[in-house]
Design a binder for this molecule. Structure first.
Ligand SMILES: NC(=O)CC[C@H](N)C(=O)O
Length: 387
């Protein structure tokens, strides 16, 4: 057993498609899982990460070595279940210590049927992913009293086709429209509250994170959430003041239904705001192209510059695809750029009240650095109302 490991000792294997094998210990469900292995550099927020629907079909490794320290609770979730395909960590502490904790991370992973592995040299794994790019992988736990098979783990890893071309937004989306009715919630030290709704926002659910809906509700929006494949006519029938295009998993390019619906609504001049997958969908709807990144951006300390105010924002990020800025048409103005690699982080339409952001303004690493984008959306709806 590696010296840094302090959890239970059921053997498990992590295999990467390039043939790399890591041996560790199961800390979640028994069985196997496959997906694209990505690394996330956030020091906290493992529960938000695991439940973020954007991580569907991705196995996440966290670079911070101690994961599980503060247990899990029922309020920090971004969706009703874990969406990540698996979890890879270095050390699961024996003790979860936090007054909000209701369960240990290990018990939560088992209850959610998530295959997860600890005792892994996550620095080495992250270096491989940085050098070679995010790649397919598998976690395989041992059968009762046996060792997991390296050959089987490798075969499983290589069976995952990769995320390029995978349309997952419609898979994780709700199946029927609903109105967001959470009216009071814990926000850090205090409580957030739904204020009197003044605007009706129709949100396309490509895998929406709950905190986005809360931040809209908190700013006086009634939010109706529509399934990903809803049409522009479905949204228009609800007489919206604004359209929200959500985050979500997979490749944005095959989401033709989302691209068509958002194009129609943006062209109609309805104020529109997109986050992450929603940003990519807005770009595709505007005529730009998206591309797969080498290892993407996954973390909570990514500096992004607002080109108008020149301010540097500390942002939360989770994307493996990006908009190719060289393909943006003339009616799209770049507003935000990543200071890590210069990639596009936000743009606005100069001819329509529509803008979008690649990172996650609803997550709070800054902690409120990027929240002003929600206010900007409210401002667009206010301006449209006065017309
Ligand atoms: N968080 C997201 O919305 C992710 C968008 C898209 N699935 C990507 O990986 O780029």
């Amino acid at each position: 057993m590696p010296p840094f490991f302090s959890g239970p000792s059921v053997p498990a294997i992590l295999a990467l498609a390039d043939g790399t094998i890591f041996k560790g210990y199961s800390i979640g469900a028994v069985g196997h899982t496959t997906g694209e292995v990505v690394f996330n550099t956030a020091m906290t927020g493992y529960q938000e990460i695991l439940t973020d629907p954007s991580y569907s079909r991705q196995i996440v490794t966290l670079t911070y070595p101690h994961i599980g320290n503060y247990g899990v609770n029922t309020t920090d979730v971004e969706a009703s279940k874990v969406h990540a395909a698996g979890l890879i960590i270095r050390d699961l502490p024996l003790l979860a210590s936090n007054f909000r904790s209701t369960q240990s991370l290990g018990d939560y992973l088992k209850a959610e049927n998530v295959v997860a592995i600890a005792g892994i040299d996550t620095r080495k794994l992250t270096r491989i992913l940085r050098e070679k790019g995010a790649q397919a992988g598998a976690i395989l736990t041992a059968a009762q009293g046996a060792e997991p098979s390296t050959a089987q783990a490798l075969e499983l890893a290589r069976s995952f086709p990769g995320l390029a071309g995978m349309d997952l937004a419609k898979v994780v989306s709700v199946k029927a429209p609903y109105e967001f009715t959470e009216t009071e919630w814990k926000l850090g030290e205090g409580f957030g509250k739904q204020t009197n709704p003044q605007y009706h926002v129709v949100a396309f659910d490509y895998g929406v994170k709950r905190n986005i809906l809360r931040m809209l509700a908190e700013r006086g929006c009634k939010v109706t959430v529509l399934p990903a494949q809803s049409t522009a006519a479905d949204a228009l029938a609800l007489n919206p003041d604004g359209i929200f295009l959500a985050n979500g998993p997979g490749d944005p390019e095959p989401c033709d239904y989302a691209i068509a619906a958002s194009r129609e609504l943006i062209e109609k001049g309805i104020p529109t705001f997109g986050i992450c997958l929603g940003h990519q969908i807005m770009a595709l709807a505007s005529g730009a192209k998206t591309m797969k990144m080498k290892f993407g951006h996954h973390g909570a300390n990514h500096p992004v510059q607002d080109l108008d105010s020149k301010k540097v924002l500390i942002t939360s990020q989770n994307h493996g695809f990006a908009v190719d800025p060289t393909t943006l048409p003339a009616n799209c103005r770049v507003t935000h750029v990543s200071l890590f690699d210069g990639s596009l982080q936000g743009f606005e339409r100069t001819d329509k009240p529509a803008f979008c952001f690649q990172g996650h303004p609803e997550a709070s690493p800054g902690p409120t650095d990027v929240a002003y984008l929600f206010d900007r959306f409210i401002g667009l709806m206010q301006a449209a109302e006065k017309k």
